[in-house]
Write a protein that binds this ligand. Structure first.
Ligand SMILES: [Fe+2]
Ligand SMILES: [Fe+2]
Length: 339
């Protein structure tokens, strides 16, 4: 790649500018123009956002050289098309760490990453588990959460919808946990069940999504989905724990099966007790808040309002403040032992 243009990131791309960047190839589709000429339609991401690109020349030869889920080096002109920015790609090359780290490439540039400190978030999870009294729940969380630490801290919470970042899964759990601990007290609910239910509600996603760099649905994910996969993981772990109380097992399994709330959201059950209802709404709330933050942050245009092309289908007001700032003392949240 030509080096005379400085490297930049998607968020800083301006219309009519020539740019050079390391990006992750999310999708590639070889299509035909109306005149029957092949061109490549690509979706590219980096840690700052997502952008569509077109490759008009030599598309047929380039297509097999670039791999979905792998990083690429791109030189392109930023164009405006129907109110959105897209790249007219002049050059695209496959990139590997060995050859390109001396040319400014690093994985941190291309993978969307949670802005939160994963060590701190993990400590919050450990602290919450430490406060539990029920030995069966502690044993269950050891098997499914503590023993999966290395995977959990890097995993995304979804493909695209919410917390689709490295560490997004962990962030989603901690944000729900922080709210859930307070809400459990306020509504006088079983705090231990709420903590355990939140930590396990999406556990199936560890196997439903492949994780980065490509972050795609696995075959099992496509066939079964995280609700069923999570249920199976919890069921298997409970069986391995001697004398796990059957009523507690049923409640936990119900939380997994009902957390998506509605049948049309692939939830086989609707919540039937308060802890399950709370977890459903916290899940919904945290996902929506992240989606709104992302929709606002990813908007490249200037001005006070975003376009309507977002999940909420209305122009969103671009507030200056980062609405998803973690509470200062989140790692000291009250997770008092129940007497
Ligand atoms: Fe879920
Ligand atoms: Fe969730």
């Amino acid at each position: 790649m030509k080096n005379n243009i400085p490297l930049s990131t998607i968020r800083s791309f301006k219309a009519n500018q020539e740019v050079r960047a390391y990006l992750l190839l999310k999708e590639k589709h070889l299509r035909l123009t109306r005149d029957g000429k092949p061109y490549l339609d690509v979706i590219l991401t980096d840690r700052s956002g997502t952008i569509i690109g077109k490759i008009w020349e030599h598309a047929g030869e380039i297509e097999p050289m670039i791999e979905t889920g792998a990083p690429v080096g791109v030189r392109a002109i930023v164009e405006e098309y129907r109110g959105n920015r897209q790249l007219n790609i002049k050059r695209i090359v496959p990139v590997n760490e060995e050859d390109f780290s001396s040319k400014g490439f690093s994985w941190e540039l291309v993978l969307p990453q949670s802005e939160k400190n994963s060590e701190k978030l993990w400590r919050f999870i450990e602290k919450s588990i430490d406060k539990l009294n029920n030995p069966h729940l502690i044993a269950l969380l050891k098997l499914l959460i503590i023993d999966n630490r290395s995977k959990i801290v890097k995993h995304p919470a979804s493909l695209r919808l919410h917390h689709a970042t490295m560490g997004g899964f962990l962030e989603h759990m901690v944000y729900m946990l922080n709210l859930g601990i307070h809400a459990a007290k306020q509504y006088k609910l079983d705090q231990e069940l709420v903590i355990t239910g939140i930590l396990l509600h999406d556990i199936g996603k560890l196997d439903e999504l492949s994780g980065y760099p490509n972050n795609l649905y696995t075959d099992e994910g496509n066939f079964l989905g995280h609700v069923v996969m999570g249920y199976n993981m919890v069921d298997k772990a409970i069986t391995a724990i001697p004398e796990f109380p059957s009523d507690l097992a049923l409640k936990l399994k119900h939380i997994l099966l009902s957390h998506q709330g509605e049948y049309e959201n692939q939830s086989p059950k609707k919540p039937v007790f308060p802890e399950a209802l709370l977890i459903h709404y916290l899940d919904e709330l945290d996902a929506r808040m992240d989606m709104m933050k992302t929709a606002i942050n990813q908007e490249l245009d200037d001005g006070d309002w975003t376009s309507v092309k977002n999940y909420f289908r209305v122009p969103l007001f671009k507030s200056q403040k980062d609405m998803n700032e973690l509470p200062e003392k989140y790692n000291e949240t009250n997770t008092e032992k129940k007497s």
